[in-house]
Design a binder for this molecule. Structure first.
Ligand code: PBG
Length: 326
């Protein structure tokens, strides 16, 4: 059936290797996460994520400008607010940190795509992803009390300049509630990128330093998924699609390539994968010790995420990759 018994024939000439390559990684596949904090002239490096910074709005505008010069055009914003409280109310303040960043970026860089992470862990004093409620002697995030607040956050972000909203709190019904809220506010054309299959992962460690958002007690296993489960991810994705999600995210990426593949095969919708902070930090640390070739390993990882079925990748490596692919 396959008489070409020498598979090495196609590996001999570099041009032929290029021609038969099945997967390509492009700068157009990449979304860069950025962290914005209050202040002026602030550019504070995140220790566990070399080359990534908490930026004040003015420095954020500069950073995005530098990225645009490299050819990057899509960004996802995370906010470190001035004040935190029990409900995370600064998240839906039209003068909140993300809203200030959106307005400034819209003015300075009209053509970039601005995605906003929609969650409360950065805004609550307890560091959980929604409003807390005691239930059977345990504090847990109250799903249905969190939903209207999430809608307020999204509407405020879109009103101040977000192109796409990306709810990441793993609340049941979040996509449906946000779709309804955006439609009622007149934003019927704003897409929702849902963190549909988001696992309770140790790979978020460096991010929690970056966003100053670690839970002050307990962990996120009451809302994020158990890393052992695959079928459940498909149920999460099916629900989010029924509720109106436009793009589905799998997060983290590297340890969940099977999930990316299953989601793509089953649903055939646009899939985003989040190459998270811990995946970035592992490569950086090993490269700094001279144990891995950073460029080679990074391109291999990101290409593998695409091969698994992702259409787009959120990655802290985006600026480096943009330079390497030039
Ligand atoms: C929640 C959120 C997290 C990340 C993105 N959105 C942290 C969490 O769930 O604890 C992690 C991203 C990363 O590790 O790079 N707002």
């Amino acid at each position: 059936m396959f008489p070409a018994t020498r598979l090495r024939r196609l590996r001999q000439h570099p041009v032929l290797r290029d021609l038969v390559r099945e997967t390509s990684l492009s700068i157009h596949d990449l979304i860069l996460p950025l962290f914005v904090r209050p202040g002026k002239g602030v550019k504070k490096e995140i220790a566990s994520m070399p080359g990534n910074f908490q930026l004040s709005v003015d420095r954020l505008v500069e950073e995005v400008g530098a990225c645009v010069d490299l050819g990057l055009k899509a960004f996802i914003l995370f906010g470190i607010p001035e004040r935190k409280d029990a409900t995370g109310s600064s998240a839906w303040d039209d003068d909140g940190i993300i809203q200030q960043a959106l307005r400034a970026l819209r003015m300075a860089h009209a053509d970039v795509l601005l995605i906003t992470d929609e969650c409360f862990c950065e805004y609550t004093d307890h560091g959980h992803c929604g409003v807390l409620q005691e239930s059977r002697g345990r504090m847990d995030v109250d799903n249905d009390k969190t939903l209207p607040l999430l809608v307020r956050q999204c509407v405020s972000h879109v009103r101040t300049g977000a192109d796409v909203v990306a709810p990441s709190g793993m609340m049941d019904g979040m996509v449906g509630a946000i779709r309804k809220g955006l439609d009622e506010a007149g934003f019927t054309m704003t897409p929702i990128l849902s963190y549909a299959a988001k696992y309770a992962s140790g790979f978020y460690g460096p991010f929690r330093d970056a966003a100053e958002s670690p839970p002050q007690f307990g962990d996120r296993s009451g809302y994020q998924m158990d890393p052992a489960n695959g079928d459940e991810a498909l149920r999460e994705v099916a629900l989010d699609l029924e509720e109106g999600a436009d793009i589905i995210m799998v997060k983290p990426a590297l340890a969940y390539l099977d999930i990316i593949r299953r989601v793509k095969e089953r649903f055939g919708v646009p899939v985003a994968a989040y190459n998270v902070s811990g995946e970035f930090a592992m490569v950086k640390a090993a490269a700094q010790k001279g144990w891995l070739d950073e460029k080679r390993v990074t391109l291999e990882i990101l290409t593998s995420i695409k091969r698994a079925g992702a259409d787009m990748i959120l990655t802290y490596f985006a600026p480096e990759v943009a330079q390497w692919l030039k």
